[in-house]
Design a protein around this ligand. Structure first.
Ligand code: CDP
Length: 219
């Protein structure tokens, strides 16, 4: 079987983006970060002064947006490159707010499927293997304990120079877990047929190797 679509799902801080990016480089695939598209819509809506708890306001705002993934995975909203800005810690919360709404989810799926056309892709997110690419050849679900995930996220933010405390980050991780698992539309679940990898205590390289083995054995 030729592997052309791989999905990696899991909660915040499980290591999805890091691992998907590395694996994409190694395999020569395009990395599609589905969370980045939710972040971009959340950030753009906030900037426009939209109330993110008002579903109809978000929906009508969405109609005025052109969202694209181009230049090797960068995210553009109305032709403005938001790739860096969406990485601010606030971006994750804004993303999970707009991600509750079905119209936003439909839009994101459309953007991602378009970007994947005719390409080999690794997509990471919360519902990559269930809703975005249910036909993926390989599905992975990455997890780790909330404390371990908060530790990683804390280190990453500190390195980027953000002034946060570990307690704040742990609270944010738990808040997002709750929001993502309990929403009505596309809650975070393990896709059918997915391989679950617990990354607690494992290095990025170890996890990448595990996935590479899975790909080899699927052939
Ligand atoms: O990197 P991290 O896992 O913290 O977050 P992300 O992948 O950038 O996603 C940010 C938020 O977008 C998540 O907490 C979800 O609420 C939402 N999201 C989603 O609902 N479905 C996806 N496929 C990807 C992200």
């Amino acid at each position: 079987m030729e592997v052309t679509k791989i999905t990696i799902d899991g909660p915040a801080g499980a290591g999805k983006s890091t691992i998907a990016k590395l694996l994409a480089e190694k395999l020569g695939f395009l990395h599609l970060d589905s969370g980045a598209v939710y972040r971009a819509i959340g950030v753009a809506a906030k900037k426009a002064g939209i109330d993110l708890d008002d579903e109809s306001a978000v929906s009508s705002f969405l109609k005025s947006l052109s969202v694209e993934i181009k230049n090797g995975g960068r995210v553009f909203v109305n032709n403005v490159d938001l790739t860096e800005e969406i990485r601010k810690p606030e971006g994750g919360i804004l993303a999970s707010k707009v991600a509750r709404f079905p119209e936003v989810r439909e839009k994101v799926i459309e953007v991602l499927r378009k970007a994947a056309e005719g390409r080999k892709v690794i997509t990471d997110g919360r519902d990559a293997g269930t809703n975005i690419f249910p036909d993926a050849d390989i599905k992975i679900f990455l997890t780790a304990s909330p404390e371990e995930r908060a530790k990683r996220r804390y280190k990453e933010l500190k390195e980027k120079g953000y002034n946060v405390t570990f307690e704040q980050v742990l609270k944010e991780v738990k808040e997002r877990d709750y929001q993502d698992k309990n929403r009505k539309v596309a809650p975070l679940t393990v896709p059918e047929g997915a391989c679950i990898i617990d990354t607690t205590g494992k290095t990025v390289e170890e996890v990448v190797r595990e996935i590479e083995d899975l790909i080899l054995h699927s052939k």
